[in-house]
Design a protein around this ligand. Structure first.
Ligand SMILES: Cc1c2[nH]c(c1CCC(=O)O)Cc1[nH]c(c(CCC(=O)O)c1C)Cc1[nH]c(c(CCC(=O)O)c1C)Cc1[nH]c(c(C)c1CCC(=O)O)C2
Length: 341
């Protein structure tokens, strides 16, 4: 495991090849996933260790990627403590009673390992099955999880969330502390059971100005990353549309900053300081002819050499209509691309 290209890259050590994994590598792009999920709800599948193990392993078998990502969802810890929510196909997380008041926040229980025995079981089994392939655990960052809780579902503008942030700072602070502590506890469970690294997904942080991020969000994400850091595992911090936040997302306590595809790595690397980067091929390039896709992947790898370390990934999740064979070709291309270091 110590020889893993992924772990070497995140520590900034020389690598045998550029490591690669994909956000949403498990899921609807894989026919074997669709077959397994038939008649099983998303949250139900996340709470069934045999399904979590099998779904997490599917892309590792198919692509021989350099890391597995635990199959779950950012709202799963909320579900586990009893928040009434569902994940609707084609929509995303939907919360029955959106959070508006301090009483709403206080009604959400704190997460303990006893809430998520199925996570511990799934991670332990996975780590044994994966052998030398590292498992990445993950949690949703406070802002992104808050958006689902406050809006009640997916949102483009995050208007209610930001209205609380600007207009009800005491409710906002209590909510961010509550779900930040929950994210940290959730990561602790995954690492205690054997996860080798963690990723904090702040997918919607790109909706914020740098000042608002620094004042209202970063301290809460920093506390999550600090607790994860105390466990001794590398921490990846990712968001979408974050070109103006990359420096702050690194400073929040990340070892690796995830970059979406809109920001060229050459621009991102000077912003993140002495940290590794992860990313960032446009996920739609898998629909281009293979040689177009691989030429663009080569540009990403070349640009990544300027960083302390580089983990290849897409700039956001695998699009469900992606052809798995094309992703297999991309993986092989990245893993066999010549190194100059
Ligand atoms: C914002 C967010 C969510 N969930 C997640 C994020 C952060 C990452 C990102 O920015 O994409 C995180 C997540 N969700 C899922 C994973 C699995 C691990 C992996 O990356 O392979 C991870 C890391 C499974 C999932 N989470 C979800 C699916 C699809 C559900 C299904 O297969 O029926 C999967 C595989 C559902 C979900 N859950 C969420 C959305 C937006 C959706 C998609 C809704 C849809 O289009 O159907 C919330």
């Amino acid at each position: 495991m110590a020889q893993s290209a992924f772990l070497k890259a995140v520590r900034g050590e020389p690598v045998p090849h550029t490591p690669v994994w994909y956000m949403r590598q498990a899921g609807r792009s894989l026919p074997e996933y669709l077959a397994l999920r038939e008649g099983v709800g998303m949250l139900e599948s996340c709470m069934t260790p045999e399904l979590v193990v099998e779904i997490t392993l599917q892309p590792v078998r198919r692509y021989d990627v350099d890391a597995a990502i635990f199959f779950s969802d950012i709202v799963l810890p909320l579900k586990a403590v009893g928040v009434d929510l569902d994940i609707k196909p084609g929509v995303g997380p939907v919360v029955a009673h959106p959070v508006r008041t301090l009483a709403d926040v206080e009604a959400i229980p704190d997460l303990t390992p006893e809430h998520v025995p199925f996570i511990t079981e799934a991670v332990r089994t996975l780590v044994a099955e994966l052998g030398a392939t590292p498992l990445i655990g993950f949690a949703g960052a406070p802002f992104t999880v808050a958006s689902y809780l406050v809006e009640g579902g997916p949102s483009k503008e995050h208007a209610k969330t930001k209205a609380m942030m600007f207009g009800a700072p005491e409710v906002w602070d209590a909510l961010m502390r509550k779900i930040g502590a929950m994210a940290a506890s959730y990561l602790e469970v995954q690492v205690a059971a054997g996860a080798s690294a963690v990723q904090l997904f702040d997918s919607w942080a790109g909706a914020l100005t740098p000042d608002d991020y620094r004042t209202h969000v970063m301290p809460h994400s920093a506390r999550v990353l600090e607790r994860a850091g105390a466990l001794g595992v590398p921490r990846i911090h990712f968001g979408v549309g974050t070109s103006n936040l990359l420096g702050l997302m690194g400073e929040a306590g990340a070892d690796v900053v995830g970059v979406d595809w809109r920001t060229p790595l050459a621009s991102a690397i000077p912003l993140v300081g002495d940290r590794a980067v992860q990313g960032n091929l446009d996920p739609t390039l898998v629909f281009a002819p293979t040689e177009v896709m691989t030429a663009r992947a080569a540009e990403v790898i070349e640009a990544g050499r300027a960083a302390r370390g580089h983990v290849f990934n897409l700039g956001h999740g695998v699009i469900p209509s992606t052809d798995p064979d094309q992703l297999a070709r991309l993986t092989e291309f990245v893993q066999t691309y010549p190194l100059s270091r």
